[in-house]
Design a protein around this ligand. Structure first.
Ligand code: APR
Length: 322
């Protein structure tokens, strides 16, 4: 099998290390780089992951590197096609994603500047929270064109929604399709018209299978799903589903697959919304976001999406100064 290219994951905590593991196990890259400011941590994980190759049967090489805020060590990311930014602090129980804004802004700004210096052609996928704001900041700090900077949220929120519906109905997850757009937070917008379930060989709208109040309750659970995990873990936040989402996005970019998935992407008038990073469906490839895919929304869905755009925009106005 032909392997090519290089993917980098910045931040080797729970989210970053599992993302690197997934990317390496796809066995499509020549190299997966993992960096962190914790001395020796990335090198240790890379050694451990490389030792799993004979067992799991993949040849992608993992390279771990300790970096510093002033950019030393960053030469290891040169020529990366895609860089996933997971550096930052996760939530503690009771915290909202927005509570992380101040501390993670400083981290993401520095990381984005170093990416611009050492991998100026890369596509950046941001996962650090608060997601929409950190994606906005990474674009500003890197100076990259908007289509080469995106954030991961919708693939995860959609997966959570799909799982909750499948679990409620006792169906395989493969029999359920859901979609959420909007922000990765309070203004997440479930798209009911795109939610379907396959039952007895028939595809039905979710709204035909569950009453509105039950769907609302499931959506509310999706909105709080990250916090639900944080409350159970007590230290740290979710990473298995988040890393699966980020790795699939990075794969779509690196392989130029053209896959359409929800992503936090820059809008230029789609849905009547412009100049803001927001969760919409996007076609991904080597250029990053190849195009935004607009679908027919109900009047209510459209109104909610515009509200989400306005909410992110209001916050994003402060982000440039962080
Ligand atoms: N450069 C590189 N790595 C950094 C930097 C930096 N400037 N600052 C912090 N890190 C590293 C930390 O050393 C740590 O290893 O980021 C890692 C974060 O890992 P965890 O604390 O395990 O957090 P994780 O669960 O991986 O979440 C990371 O993703 O979902 C979001 O809200 C979450 O913002 C958080 C991010």
């Amino acid at each position: 099998m032909a392997r090519s290219g290089k993917a980098t994951v910045i931040g080797a905590g729970f989210y970053g290390s599992t993302t690197a593991q997934r990317l390496a196990e796809y066995d499509i890259f020549e190299e997966v780089v993992l960096t962190d400011i914790r001395d020796g941590w990335s090198e240790g994980l890379a050694l451990d992951l490389n030792s799993s190759r004979p067992i799991e049967g993949f040849e992608t090489r993992l390279v771990g590197k300790t970096t510093t805020a002033d950019g030393s060590g960053y030469e290891v990311i040169e020529d990366s096609e895609v860089v996933v930014v997971t550096a930052g602090v996760p939530r503690k129980p009771g915290m909202s994603r927005m509570d992380l804004l101040g501390i993670n802004a400083g981290i993401v700004r520095g990381v984005a500047e170093n990416i611009a210096r050492y991998a100026p052609q890369a596509v950046i996928i941001v996962v650090s929270n608060p997601l929409d704001e950190m994606t906005t900041l990474a674009q500003i700090a890197s100076g990259f064109p908007h289509h080469r900077v995106m954030g991961q949220a919708g693939v995860l929120d959609t997966a959570r929604f799909t799982y909750f519906v499948a679990d409620r109905l006792g169906l395989p997850v493969g029999a359920v399709k859901t979609l959420t757009l909007g922000s990765h937070g309070d203004t997440m917008v479930p798209i009911a018209s795109a939610c379907t379930v396959d039952i007895n060989g028939q595809t039905k709208l979710l709204a035909e299978v569950l009453p509105p109040e039950e769907i609302d309750a499931l959506v509310e659970r999706v909105r709080g799903a990250g916090a639900e995990v944080v409350a159970l873990l007590k230290t740290g936040s979710a990473y298995y589903a988040p890393s699966a989402a980020a790795a699939r996005m990075a794969q779509a970019v690196a392989t130029d697959s053209g896959a359409v998935m929800p992503a936090c992407a820059w809008l230029t008038g789609q849905y009547g919304i412009s100049e803001v990073y927001l969760g919409v469906e996007a076609q991904l490839g080597k250029a990053g976001v190849k195009r935004i895919v607009e679908r027919d929304l109900s009047a209510e869905e459209l109104a909610q999406l515009r509200l989400a755009g306005a909410a992110v925009k209001a916050k994003a106005a402060d982000v440039a100064s962080l």
